[in-house]
Design a binder for this molecule. Structure first.
Ligand code: 5GP
Length: 123
């Protein structure tokens, strides 16, 4: 899938749309989800134009990949969820139900994330 630079997170990165920023460095931006599913619900996105995790891992530099992962852990620690635990969710593509086509990982915490994804009847 080609990167669409008109997606909402690209606009947030360019400062065309505001966000409730919690962290930013050279590699990543983190901001509160507009429709939180848990008391802590932060989205962490790489600064580069990557659609999905597979796209990022194929095209991102080692520095970008490491920087993004470092930022993710930093944000979780700063959010205060590391003692009680948290869930990281990354939705990719149609079957992943990804809504925004710029790679993002959700950090959910502050309450139980609940069980894993429900099994479908027929695998
Ligand atoms: P996805 O299903 O793509 O993994 O999740 C997209 C997430 O982005 C959703 O949780 C949704 O609430 C969030 N979101 C969509 N538009 C905006 C926005 O303009 N600002 C913020 N902060 N979050 C957004």
């Amino acid at each position: 899938m080609a990167y669409d630079n008109q997606n909402i997170f690209a606009k947030i990165l360019r400062g065309e749309i505001p966000c409730d920023k919690v962290y930013e460095d050279d590699y990543a931006l983190a901001f509160n989800d507009i429709n939180p599913a848990r008391p802590v619900h932060i989205l962490v996105i790489p600064k580069g134009p990557y659609v999905s995790m597979d796209d990022f891992s194929a095209k991102g530099t080692t520095e970008e990949l490491a920087g993004f992962l470092k930022a993710l852990g930093h944000v979780a620690r700063e959010a205060g969820v590391t003692d009680t635990g948290y869930r990281i969710i990354g939705n990719n593509g149609a079957h992943g139900h990804q809504e925004v086509p710029h790679l993002h990982l959700h950090i959910l915490g502050g309450a139980s994330a609940g069980p894993m994804v429900k099994r479908v009847e027929k695998l």
